[in-house]
Design a binder for this molecule. Structure first.
Ligand code: GLY
Length: 387
């Protein structure tokens, strides 16, 4: 496994960085208690939005992490106000015809239930799990990511969904209904069988045959090219597979984790903050995606719970080095109301070969801020995941 010479973030430094992040979350509470935070910033300042985006769960997740750090009831009250909004959204099926139910409901509503026993949070999260199940395609065994169900030009899943299925593992444990876990297992098995290339890199999206359910081909949406490795897709792979292992303890998940992680590490520049696509290397004039570094740090710290001692130490060291680099070169220390936490994220960058809508290039991104706080929390405590 590749090693790096960057300094590790110490526990003390991590606590200070987390406290700076909590101070910014506190400052931004008035803007984003009755509205949500946009998916990405504009010159590092987040606009507000309605609760309609796939990313709206990350901000309440930040508030819950701030509450765990401080115990301050202002955070608890704001996060519970947002739970009302999430219950309204799922009960009224507002912008939920896609697979991102875990991204939306784990850090907002599962967290509310686990931390405070909020019945509204539990109800909303279980409705969201049911909604995700409606997108399961028997032919192929996967959750269809986007678009009209069954439409041949959208008959695909995407690697990001590995962060949506933990909602189902949780729902199975919570209700005793094994169907949630069965569908989650089948999706993960399909994903691991098709989305990982022989060199450990991953396809962003993967098409299946709607007639036979057979695998067809991988393609990108937000990466540079179909055959390149989109940094955040790889990061969702690392963390999502670690989370699947948490629930399933299947050895093949740990094998897949190691392959995907090794490839991610090989593709990093020396400062461990990846370019938005791993086709780019040191010296390229391309934006980074700092959010991938935070996501992978969370995956490393989750996996460190399950692997033998030396390997666990390697994973903890890598995570602390990644976070050291983020704190040094990307973290925002203070700013006006609406300021984000972590610079140099990239949501979607247009290339000549991809199909994305360009948004949030070299900006703060809502999930980047959330996973940065989660990773710092993981580094300093024995954190119980919202996932
Ligand atoms: N799940 C979409 C993204 O990571 O941008």
């Amino acid at each position: 496994m590749r090693t790096f010479s960057n300094p590790e973030l110490t526990a003390n430094e991590a606590e200070r960085a987390l406290d700076r992040a909590v101070a910014i979350v506190r400052q931004n509470l008035p803007l984003f208690t009755h509205r949500c935070q946009n998916h990405s910033s504009v010159h590092d300042i987040y606009p507000a939005c309605d609760n309609v985006q796939w990313t709206c769960g990350f901000w309440p997740g930040e508030i819950w992490l701030a509450w765990e750090r401080t115990g301050d009831d202002a955070f608890r009250a704001a996060a519970l106000t947002l739970v009302d909004s999430f219950l309204h959204r799922i009960e009224n099926k507002i912008e939920v015809d896609h697979h991102d139910m875990g991204f939306l409901y784990s850090p907002s509503c599962v967290a509310a239930w686990k931390l405070t026993g909020s019945e509204k949070g539990r109800k909303a999260a279980l409705l969201a799990a049911d909604q995700l199940c409606t997108r399961f395609q028997e032919k192929g065994g996967f959750f269809q990511a986007w678009g009209e169900l069954g439409a041949p030009d959208n008959y695909r899943y995407i690697i990001d969904c590995l962060l949506n299925v933990p909602l189902l593992y949780w729902a199975a444990e919570e209700t005793g209904d094994e169907r949630y876990a069965r569908l989650a297992h089948r999706h993960v098995a399909t994903c691991l069988a098709n989305s990982i290339r022989p060199d450990g890199s991953t396809y962003h999206t993967f098409f299946m045959d709607p007639e036979t359910g057979a695998p067809r081909y991988g393609a990108t949406c937000q990466g540079y090219r179909d055959d390149s490795c989109w940094a955040r897709g790889q990061a969702w792979g690392v963390y999502g597979i670690a989370l699947s292992y948490r629930y399933t303890r299947r050895p093949e998940h740990l094998d897949a984790f190691r392959r995907v992680l090794a490839c991610y590490l090989e593709g990093l520049p020396e400062d461990m903050v990846p370019y938005w696509d791993m086709t780019f290397t040191s010296g390229d004039e391309e934006p980074r995606d700092s959010s991938s570094a935070s996501i992978v740090a969370c995956g490393l710290l989750e996996a460190a719970r399950y692997v033998p001692g030396d390997e666990a130490n390697d994973y903890r060291r890598l995570a602390a080095q990644m976070l050291g680099s983020l704190v040094k070169s990307c973290a925002i220390r203070s700013g006006p109301q609406g300021i984000g936490l972590v610079r140099h994220g990239t949501y979607s960058k247009k290339s000549p070969y991809n199909t994305c809508t360009p948004e949030g290039v070299d900006e703060c991104v809502s999930w980047g801020d959330y996973f940065y706080m989660e990773a710092l929390t993981r580094l300093t405590t024995d954190w119980k995941p919202y996932w």
